[in-house]
Design a binder for this molecule. Structure first.
Ligand code: PLP
Length: 379
């Protein structure tokens, strides 16, 4: 049987809650289960305000609307990320000033941000790759010095911490993803966290299609009308119900994923010692949340051979991210700086299968196939 790269899981009351949402007679957005999810995040992580969205991409677009991004504005973002991190701003006319990765980690090179700031910079968007925190003290202090808001793309960052503070609680705004490929999922789904009080009221208007429906529901205004820009960012109660079923099992899901991650890490040590691959280097201020496990191959060619070798054994492993500054869409718009670390991670990084239902037999099959590829015997 094939070992897929990813497989969505169903672990708790997801289906019962969808039936209950139907029984409650409200299946559009912002109902009972949406509120349950918001409360879950406030209680567990202390987020002061959350809004579920249809995707992380949409949550990022809400950020662009909240910051009132205009043509000619600049945002700073890593090149080594998923396209949504920057596309949300680009569709509003922003120019992306791409930053390199750290030498030892795919995350944005925090020391390199300050020299990219200009008087047009409207936001610094950082991505916690693999759920491992960026160097937030450094990033926040540069941002504060230049009075630029920080947005955390925490799509991969659920239940992960920076110096004991949950990811998503550090920037002015933060976004999460509940896409099928993430730890906690509702098929498609996302969330915006609004930490900075000055954005909180407007976030509801943008969320509710530019209307003051939330104020109206709370009895704060006597009519419900068009007051701002906005769009349809609310997920249905079906999605929220499924998501809530998953959130109730977050510890169970996280324990399993972290166990799988640690097993890869420990078992592949010998191949690292022999110089064939490198394992992830975890910054001391970060935790890992079992989102994704990667190894770095010695070259792009060797990585392609390893992918093909695993594929022949019915194991699906995938590389991650073509750097955005070299992409078909953006290469002619990029300012020409070379970003060697982003390029190196893009060329050499290989992600291994990691999902809740991956069995230990399957995982051991993946590990021994990698040993076989390098002509080594696992000890
Ligand atoms: C998955 C992901 C996204 C997009 O999430 P969607 O919910 O699919 O829109 C954005 N940024 C990063 C870093 C991601 O990993």
């Amino acid at each position: 049987m094939d070992i897929e790269f990813n497989q969505p899981c169903q672990v708790g009351n997801e289906l019962a809650y969808i039936e209950d949402a139907i029984a409650r007679g409200k299946t559009s957005g912002n109902g009972f289960y949406t509120e349950q999810c918001h409360d879950f995040f406030s209680n567990r992580y202390g987020f002061s305000k959350c809004l579920l969205t249809t995707s992380c991409t949409d949550a990022l677009e809400m950020c662009a609307l909240l910051l009132d991004i205009q043509p000619g504005d600049e945002i700073i973002a890593p090149s080594f990320t998923f396209v949504s991190t920057v596309n949300a701003f680009v569709i509003h006319g922003a120019k992306v000033v791409f930053a390199d990765s750290e030498a030892s980690h795919p995350n944005i090179d925090a020391q390199g941000i300050e020299e990219l700031i200009t008087d047009k910079t409207k936001a610094i968007v950082v991505v916690h790759y693999a759920g491992m925190a960026c160097d937030m003290d450094e990033i926040l202090s540069v941002a504060q010095k230049h009075d630029v808001p920080v947005i955390e793309d925490a799509a991969q960052g659920i239940d992960a911490y920076y110096k004991e503070q949950p990811l998503g609680s550090l920037g002015s705004l933060a976004t999460f993803s509940f896409h099928e490929t993430k730890n906690i999922s509702s098929g498609e789904g996302g969330m915006l966290v609004i930490n900075e009080p000055k954005y909180q009221h407007r976030s509801n208007l943008i969320w509710e299609k530019g209307t003051n429906r939330t104020d109206f529901k709370r009895g704060l205004v006597d009519k419900y009308e068009w007051v701002d820009k906005g769009s349809s960012f609310l997920p249905s109660e079906f999605n929220a119900a499924y998501l809530y079923g998953q959130l109730e099992c977050v510890d169970q899901i996280q324990d399993k994923r972290v166990t799988i991650w640690n097993h890869y890490y420990n078992k592949l040590e010998e191949l690292e010692q022999k110089g064939f691959i490198s394992r992830p280097i975890m910054p001391s201020y970060a935790t890992q949340n079992g989102h994704l496990f990667y190894v770095l191959c010695r070259s792009k060619e060797e990585r392609s051979e390893l992918i093909a070798y695993l594929y022949d054994k019915s194991i699906r492993a995938v590389f991650h991210y073509l750097p955005l500054h070299l992409s078909e869409y953006y290469k002619s718009k990029h300012d020409g700086r070379s970003l060697p670390n982003a390029k190196r991670f893009a060329d050499r990084l290989l992600r291994l299968p990691l999902y809740y239902d991956l069995t230990s037999d399957q995982q051991d099959k993946v590990i021994s196939a990698i040993y076989d590829f390098y002509g080594q015997v696992e000890e």
